[in-house]
Design a protein around this ligand. Structure first.
Ligand code: SAH
Length: 348
Protein backbone atom coordinates (compact mmCIF):
# COMPACT_ATOMS: atom_id res chain seq x y z
CA UNK A 1 0.00 0.00 0.00
CA UNK A 2 2.89 2.37 0.76
CA UNK A 3 4.11 2.15 -2.81
CA UNK A 4 0.58 2.81 -4.13
CA UNK A 5 0.33 5.90 -1.93
CA UNK A 6 3.74 7.12 -3.05
CA UNK A 7 2.69 6.65 -6.68
CA UNK A 8 -0.53 8.58 -6.04
CA UNK A 9 1.39 11.41 -4.38
CA UNK A 10 3.57 11.50 -7.52
CA UNK A 11 0.46 11.90 -9.69
CA UNK A 12 -0.30 8.29 -10.70
CA UNK A 13 -3.92 7.11 -10.84
CA UNK A 14 -4.82 3.70 -9.40
CA UNK A 15 -6.55 1.75 -12.11
CA UNK A 16 -6.59 -1.87 -11.04
CA UNK A 17 -9.42 -3.30 -8.99
CA UNK A 18 -6.94 -5.06 -6.67
CA UNK A 19 -5.08 -1.78 -6.00
CA UNK A 20 -8.34 -0.03 -5.24
CA UNK A 21 -9.36 -2.77 -2.80
CA UNK A 22 -6.09 -2.29 -0.95
CA UNK A 23 -6.46 1.48 -0.83
CA UNK A 24 -10.08 1.23 0.32
CA UNK A 25 -8.76 -0.47 3.46
CA UNK A 26 -6.29 2.29 4.36
CA UNK A 27 -6.34 3.20 8.04
CA UNK A 28 -4.39 5.43 10.41
CA UNK A 29 -1.42 7.24 8.81
CA UNK A 30 -2.00 5.49 5.45
CA UNK A 31 -5.58 6.75 5.40
CA UNK A 32 -4.43 10.26 6.33
CA UNK A 33 -2.07 10.23 3.34
CA UNK A 34 -4.79 8.96 0.99
CA UNK A 35 -7.26 11.66 2.06
CA UNK A 36 -4.55 14.35 1.92
CA UNK A 37 -3.63 13.37 -1.66
CA UNK A 38 -7.28 13.72 -2.71
CA UNK A 39 -7.57 17.05 -0.88
CA UNK A 40 -4.48 18.38 -2.57
CA UNK A 41 -5.61 17.25 -6.03
CA UNK A 42 -8.98 18.94 -5.40
CA UNK A 43 -7.24 22.18 -4.47
CA UNK A 44 -5.00 22.00 -7.53
CA UNK A 45 -7.79 21.25 -10.03
CA UNK A 46 -10.88 22.89 -8.53
CA UNK A 47 -9.50 25.50 -6.15
CA UNK A 48 -10.80 26.33 -2.66
CA UNK A 49 -14.14 27.72 -3.77
CA UNK A 50 -17.09 25.43 -3.09
CA UNK A 51 -20.23 25.55 -5.23
CA UNK A 52 -23.47 25.77 -3.30
CA UNK A 53 -26.16 23.88 -5.12
CA UNK A 54 -29.37 24.19 -3.16
CA UNK A 55 -31.55 21.11 -3.20
CA UNK A 56 -35.32 21.36 -3.06
CA UNK A 57 -37.15 18.08 -2.48
CA UNK A 58 -40.33 19.15 -4.22
CA UNK A 59 -42.39 15.92 -4.23
CA UNK A 60 -42.15 12.60 -2.40
CA UNK A 61 -44.71 10.79 -4.56
CA UNK A 62 -43.01 7.85 -6.24
CA UNK A 63 -44.22 5.14 -8.59
CA UNK A 64 -41.14 2.99 -7.96
CA UNK A 65 -40.48 0.52 -5.19
CA UNK A 66 -36.68 0.61 -4.85
CA UNK A 67 -35.67 -1.73 -2.03
CA UNK A 68 -33.44 0.81 -0.24
CA UNK A 69 -35.48 3.98 -0.41
CA UNK A 70 -37.64 5.38 2.39
CA UNK A 71 -40.12 7.03 -0.02
CA UNK A 72 -40.65 3.89 -2.10
CA UNK A 73 -44.20 3.36 -3.35
CA UNK A 74 -44.81 0.54 -0.90
CA UNK A 75 -44.01 2.54 2.25
CA UNK A 76 -47.47 3.32 3.60
CA UNK A 77 -45.97 5.15 6.60
CA UNK A 78 -44.96 8.09 4.43
CA UNK A 79 -47.27 11.10 4.25
CA UNK A 80 -47.08 12.22 0.62
CA UNK A 81 -46.66 15.85 -0.43
CA UNK A 82 -46.18 17.76 -3.64
CA UNK A 83 -45.09 21.39 -3.60
CA UNK A 84 -47.02 23.79 -5.81
CA UNK A 85 -45.11 25.50 -8.64
CA UNK A 86 -45.62 28.89 -6.97
CA UNK A 87 -44.14 27.63 -3.71
CA UNK A 88 -41.15 26.16 -5.58
CA UNK A 89 -40.54 29.46 -7.35
CA UNK A 90 -40.54 31.36 -4.08
CA UNK A 91 -37.89 28.99 -2.69
CA UNK A 92 -35.85 29.36 -5.88
CA UNK A 93 -35.81 33.12 -5.45
CA UNK A 94 -34.60 32.84 -1.86
CA UNK A 95 -31.94 30.33 -2.96
CA UNK A 96 -30.47 32.87 -5.36
CA UNK A 97 -30.36 35.46 -2.58
CA UNK A 98 -28.58 33.00 -0.30
CA UNK A 99 -25.56 32.39 -2.53
CA UNK A 100 -26.68 29.27 -4.43
CA UNK A 101 -25.64 29.14 -8.08
CA UNK A 102 -27.83 26.16 -8.95
CA UNK A 103 -31.22 24.84 -7.92
CA UNK A 104 -31.38 21.06 -7.75
CA UNK A 105 -34.99 19.96 -8.08
CA UNK A 106 -35.32 16.47 -6.65
CA UNK A 107 -38.36 14.22 -6.27
CA UNK A 108 -39.60 10.67 -6.43
CA UNK A 109 -40.71 9.46 -9.86
CA UNK A 110 -43.91 11.47 -9.73
CA UNK A 111 -46.17 11.15 -12.82
CA UNK A 112 -48.11 14.32 -11.88
CA UNK A 113 -44.99 16.21 -12.89
CA UNK A 114 -45.41 15.73 -16.61
CA UNK A 115 -42.78 17.04 -18.97
CA UNK A 116 -44.99 20.03 -19.77
CA UNK A 117 -45.34 20.96 -16.08
CA UNK A 118 -41.65 20.42 -15.37
CA UNK A 119 -40.72 22.44 -18.45
CA UNK A 120 -42.86 25.39 -17.32
CA UNK A 121 -41.23 25.20 -13.91
CA UNK A 122 -37.69 25.11 -15.32
CA UNK A 123 -38.39 28.13 -17.52
CA UNK A 124 -39.86 30.07 -14.62
CA UNK A 125 -36.94 29.27 -12.28
CA UNK A 126 -34.45 30.37 -14.91
CA UNK A 127 -36.31 33.53 -15.88
CA UNK A 128 -37.32 34.66 -12.42
CA UNK A 129 -34.49 33.45 -10.18
CA UNK A 130 -31.65 33.35 -12.72
CA UNK A 131 -30.34 30.04 -11.40
CA UNK A 132 -28.94 27.07 -13.27
CA UNK A 133 -31.32 24.12 -12.93
CA UNK A 134 -30.46 20.51 -12.19
CA UNK A 135 -33.24 17.92 -12.40
CA UNK A 136 -33.11 14.81 -10.23
CA UNK A 137 -36.46 13.20 -10.95
CA UNK A 138 -35.49 9.71 -12.13
CA UNK A 139 -35.52 8.23 -15.63
CA UNK A 140 -37.35 9.95 -18.52
CA UNK A 141 -37.33 8.98 -22.17
CA UNK A 142 -35.25 10.78 -24.75
CA UNK A 143 -38.06 12.90 -26.20
CA UNK A 144 -38.87 14.21 -22.71
CA UNK A 145 -35.22 14.94 -21.96
CA UNK A 146 -34.96 16.81 -25.24
CA UNK A 147 -38.00 18.94 -24.46
CA UNK A 148 -36.73 19.77 -20.95
CA UNK A 149 -33.33 20.69 -22.33
CA UNK A 150 -35.06 23.06 -24.76
CA UNK A 151 -36.91 24.53 -21.77
CA UNK A 152 -33.54 25.35 -20.23
CA UNK A 153 -32.64 22.46 -17.88
CA UNK A 154 -28.84 22.55 -17.53
CA UNK A 155 -27.99 19.41 -15.62
CA UNK A 156 -29.45 16.05 -14.69
CA UNK A 157 -28.63 13.86 -11.74
CA UNK A 158 -29.29 10.14 -12.03
CA UNK A 159 -27.23 7.73 -10.00
CA UNK A 160 -26.52 4.30 -11.45
CA UNK A 161 -26.64 3.16 -7.77
CA UNK A 162 -24.61 -0.01 -8.44
CA UNK A 163 -22.73 -1.21 -11.50
CA UNK A 164 -23.70 -4.83 -10.85
CA UNK A 165 -26.68 -5.60 -13.16
CA UNK A 166 -27.94 -8.47 -10.99
CA UNK A 167 -27.78 -6.47 -7.78
CA UNK A 168 -29.41 -3.55 -9.63
CA UNK A 169 -32.27 -5.79 -10.77
CA UNK A 170 -32.76 -7.24 -7.27
CA UNK A 171 -33.21 -3.84 -5.65
CA UNK A 172 -35.07 -2.10 -8.49
CA UNK A 173 -38.24 -4.06 -9.32
CA UNK A 174 -39.38 -1.33 -11.75
CA UNK A 175 -36.16 -0.58 -13.60
CA UNK A 176 -33.10 -1.94 -15.36
CA UNK A 177 -29.50 -0.80 -15.25
CA UNK A 178 -29.45 -0.78 -19.07
CA UNK A 179 -32.29 1.76 -19.18
CA UNK A 180 -30.59 4.02 -16.63
CA UNK A 181 -27.37 3.91 -18.61
CA UNK A 182 -29.24 4.68 -21.84
CA UNK A 183 -30.78 7.68 -20.10
CA UNK A 184 -27.29 8.87 -19.09
CA UNK A 185 -26.12 8.51 -22.71
CA UNK A 186 -29.16 10.43 -23.99
CA UNK A 187 -28.49 13.22 -21.50
CA UNK A 188 -24.92 13.55 -22.65
CA UNK A 189 -25.91 13.63 -26.33
CA UNK A 190 -28.52 16.29 -25.63
CA UNK A 191 -25.92 18.57 -24.09
CA UNK A 192 -26.79 18.22 -20.41
CA UNK A 193 -24.13 18.28 -17.75
CA UNK A 194 -24.47 14.77 -16.40
CA UNK A 195 -24.23 13.66 -12.80
CA UNK A 196 -24.38 10.10 -11.57
CA UNK A 197 -22.91 7.96 -8.83
CA UNK A 198 -23.54 5.07 -6.49
CA UNK A 199 -24.39 4.13 -2.94
CA UNK A 200 -21.39 2.97 -0.95
CA UNK A 201 -21.96 -0.31 0.89
CA UNK A 202 -25.18 -1.62 -0.63
CA UNK A 203 -25.40 -5.22 0.56
CA UNK A 204 -23.35 -7.39 0.25
CA UNK A 205 -21.04 -4.36 0.58
CA UNK A 206 -17.77 -5.99 -0.45
CA UNK A 207 -14.65 -3.99 -1.31
CA UNK A 208 -14.66 -5.60 -4.77
CA UNK A 209 -18.09 -4.14 -5.52
CA UNK A 210 -17.01 -0.66 -4.37
CA UNK A 211 -13.83 -0.91 -6.47
CA UNK A 212 -15.89 -1.94 -9.51
CA UNK A 213 -18.33 0.95 -8.91
CA UNK A 214 -15.41 3.39 -8.72
CA UNK A 215 -13.99 2.17 -12.03
CA UNK A 216 -17.45 2.18 -13.61
CA UNK A 217 -18.09 5.78 -12.52
CA UNK A 218 -14.79 6.84 -14.03
CA UNK A 219 -15.57 5.12 -17.33
CA UNK A 220 -18.77 7.21 -17.62
CA UNK A 221 -16.71 10.46 -17.78
CA UNK A 222 -19.19 12.34 -15.64
CA UNK A 223 -19.39 16.07 -15.00
CA UNK A 224 -20.58 15.42 -11.47
CA UNK A 225 -20.26 12.34 -9.28
CA UNK A 226 -22.44 12.01 -6.20
CA UNK A 227 -21.88 9.10 -3.86
CA UNK A 228 -22.97 8.51 -0.30
CA UNK A 229 -23.12 5.74 2.27
CA UNK A 230 -26.07 3.35 2.01
CA UNK A 231 -28.06 3.67 5.25
CA UNK A 232 -30.72 1.03 5.88
CA UNK A 233 -34.25 2.42 6.29
CA UNK A 234 -36.50 0.52 8.73
CA UNK A 235 -39.55 0.61 6.41
CA UNK A 236 -37.82 -1.07 3.48
CA UNK A 237 -36.88 -4.65 2.53
CA UNK A 238 -33.25 -3.79 3.33
CA UNK A 239 -34.11 -2.83 6.94
CA UNK A 240 -31.51 -3.97 9.43
CA UNK A 241 -28.63 -4.18 6.95
CA UNK A 242 -25.56 -3.26 9.02
CA UNK A 243 -23.17 -0.47 8.07
CA UNK A 244 -19.71 -1.45 6.80
CA UNK A 245 -17.69 -2.56 9.81
CA UNK A 246 -14.83 -0.29 8.87
CA UNK A 247 -16.26 3.21 8.41
CA UNK A 248 -12.96 4.46 6.92
CA UNK A 249 -14.03 2.74 3.71
CA UNK A 250 -16.76 5.33 3.09
CA UNK A 251 -14.27 8.21 3.24
CA UNK A 252 -11.57 6.32 1.36
CA UNK A 253 -14.10 5.78 -1.43
CA UNK A 254 -14.61 9.55 -1.72
CA UNK A 255 -10.87 10.20 -1.80
CA UNK A 256 -10.44 7.61 -4.55
CA UNK A 257 -13.33 9.15 -6.45
CA UNK A 258 -11.36 12.43 -6.62
CA UNK A 259 -8.10 10.69 -7.49
CA UNK A 260 -9.79 8.84 -10.34
CA UNK A 261 -11.72 11.90 -11.59
CA UNK A 262 -9.45 14.91 -11.07
CA UNK A 263 -11.75 17.44 -12.76
CA UNK A 264 -15.19 16.20 -11.80
CA UNK A 265 -17.52 18.08 -9.49
CA UNK A 266 -17.89 15.97 -6.38
CA UNK A 267 -20.44 16.91 -3.71
CA UNK A 268 -20.15 16.17 -0.01
CA UNK A 269 -23.53 14.43 0.11
CA UNK A 270 -26.04 14.75 2.95
CA UNK A 271 -25.97 11.05 3.83
CA UNK A 272 -22.44 11.52 5.19
CA UNK A 273 -23.91 13.64 7.98
CA UNK A 274 -26.24 10.74 8.81
CA UNK A 275 -23.17 8.51 9.10
CA UNK A 276 -21.10 10.88 11.30
CA UNK A 277 -22.03 14.32 12.66
CA UNK A 278 -19.02 15.87 10.89
CA UNK A 279 -19.34 13.56 7.88
CA UNK A 280 -19.81 16.20 5.20
CA UNK A 281 -16.91 18.26 6.58
CA UNK A 282 -14.66 15.23 6.37
CA UNK A 283 -15.66 14.64 2.76
CA UNK A 284 -14.99 18.29 1.91
CA UNK A 285 -11.45 17.62 3.15
CA UNK A 286 -11.11 14.42 1.14
CA UNK A 287 -11.75 15.62 -2.41
CA UNK A 288 -15.23 17.18 -2.52
CA UNK A 289 -15.82 20.64 -4.02
CA UNK A 290 -19.61 20.96 -3.98
CA UNK A 291 -22.05 21.36 -1.08
CA UNK A 292 -25.81 21.03 -1.36
CA UNK A 293 -27.69 23.03 1.28
CA UNK A 294 -31.18 21.68 1.85
CA UNK A 295 -33.78 24.26 0.79
CA UNK A 296 -36.86 22.13 1.43
CA UNK A 297 -39.38 23.95 3.67
CA UNK A 298 -39.28 22.56 7.21
CA UNK A 299 -42.83 21.17 7.15
CA UNK A 300 -41.97 18.74 4.35
CA UNK A 301 -38.58 17.56 5.52
CA UNK A 302 -39.70 14.74 7.78
CA UNK A 303 -41.64 13.28 4.84
CA UNK A 304 -38.54 13.08 2.63
CA UNK A 305 -36.45 10.65 4.61
CA UNK A 306 -34.81 8.44 2.04
CA UNK A 307 -32.79 7.03 4.93
CA UNK A 308 -32.97 7.49 8.71
CA UNK A 309 -30.84 10.02 10.56
CA UNK A 310 -31.09 12.64 7.83
CA UNK A 311 -29.79 15.87 9.36
CA UNK A 312 -31.52 19.26 9.69
CA UNK A 313 -35.12 17.99 9.84
CA UNK A 314 -36.16 21.00 11.93
CA UNK A 315 -34.18 23.63 10.05
CA UNK A 316 -35.32 25.77 7.18
CA UNK A 317 -33.60 26.79 3.95
CA UNK A 318 -32.14 29.94 5.45
CA UNK A 319 -30.60 28.05 8.38
CA UNK A 320 -29.11 25.43 6.04
CA UNK A 321 -27.64 28.06 3.73
CA UNK A 322 -26.10 29.96 6.65
CA UNK A 323 -24.78 26.78 8.18
CA UNK A 324 -23.19 25.85 4.83
CA UNK A 325 -21.42 29.21 4.65
CA UNK A 326 -20.18 28.93 8.27
CA UNK A 327 -18.94 25.45 7.76
CA UNK A 328 -17.00 26.42 4.64
CA UNK A 329 -15.47 29.38 6.40
CA UNK A 330 -14.31 27.19 9.29
CA UNK A 331 -12.70 24.82 6.80
CA UNK A 332 -10.88 27.73 5.17
CA UNK A 333 -12.93 27.49 2.00
CA UNK A 334 -14.87 30.12 0.09
CA UNK A 335 -18.21 30.14 -1.68
CA UNK A 336 -17.92 29.95 -5.47
CA UNK A 337 -19.72 32.61 -7.47
CA UNK A 338 -21.23 31.98 -10.88
CA UNK A 339 -20.83 29.11 -13.26
CA UNK A 340 -17.69 27.06 -13.47
CA UNK A 341 -16.29 25.30 -16.49
CA UNK A 342 -17.32 21.75 -17.20
CA UNK A 343 -15.23 18.69 -16.60
CA UNK A 344 -12.73 18.83 -19.52
CA UNK A 345 -12.69 15.01 -19.59
CA UNK A 346 -16.28 15.06 -20.87
CA UNK A 347 -15.79 17.56 -23.64
CA UNK A 348 -14.47 15.32 -26.37
N1 SAH B 1 -36.14 9.66 -7.90
C1 SAH B 1 -34.86 10.25 -8.19
C2 SAH B 1 -34.17 10.75 -6.93
C3 SAH B 1 -33.76 9.66 -6.01
S1 SAH B 1 -33.32 10.14 -4.38
C4 SAH B 1 -33.99 9.24 -8.92
O1 SAH B 1 -34.38 8.08 -9.02
O2 SAH B 1 -32.94 9.61 -9.42
C5 SAH B 1 -31.61 10.45 -4.55
C6 SAH B 1 -30.66 9.36 -4.14
O3 SAH B 1 -30.79 9.03 -2.78
C7 SAH B 1 -30.83 8.03 -4.84
O4 SAH B 1 -30.32 8.06 -6.14
C8 SAH B 1 -30.08 7.09 -3.90
O5 SAH B 1 -28.73 6.90 -4.34
C9 SAH B 1 -30.09 7.83 -2.55
N2 SAH B 1 -30.73 7.00 -1.51
C10 SAH B 1 -31.99 6.51 -1.51
N3 SAH B 1 -32.18 5.70 -0.43
C11 SAH B 1 -31.02 5.70 0.26
C12 SAH B 1 -30.57 5.03 1.45
N4 SAH B 1 -31.36 4.20 2.13
N5 SAH B 1 -29.30 5.28 1.88
C13 SAH B 1 -28.50 6.12 1.19
N6 SAH B 1 -28.85 6.74 0.06
C14 SAH B 1 -30.11 6.53 -0.41
Amino acid sequence: MDKLLRDIAAGATPSEQADLCLLLQAQGPAQARLLASADSLRRQRKGDAVHLRGILEFSNYCRNDCAYCGIRRGNANVERYRMAPKEILAEAQSAAERGCDTLVLQSGEDPWWTTARLGDLVRAVKDEAGLAVTLSVGVRDRAELERLRADGADRWLLRFETSDPELFARIHPDESLARRLQCLRDLRELGYEVGSGFMIGLPPGTLEIIARDLLFARALHLDMIGCGPFIAHPDTPLAGTPRLTDSSVYYNTMALLRLLNPDANIPATTAFDALDTDGRNRVLQAGANVFMPNLTPTRYRRHYQLYPGKPCLREDGLACSRCAQDRLQRLGRTVARGEESRNPATQS
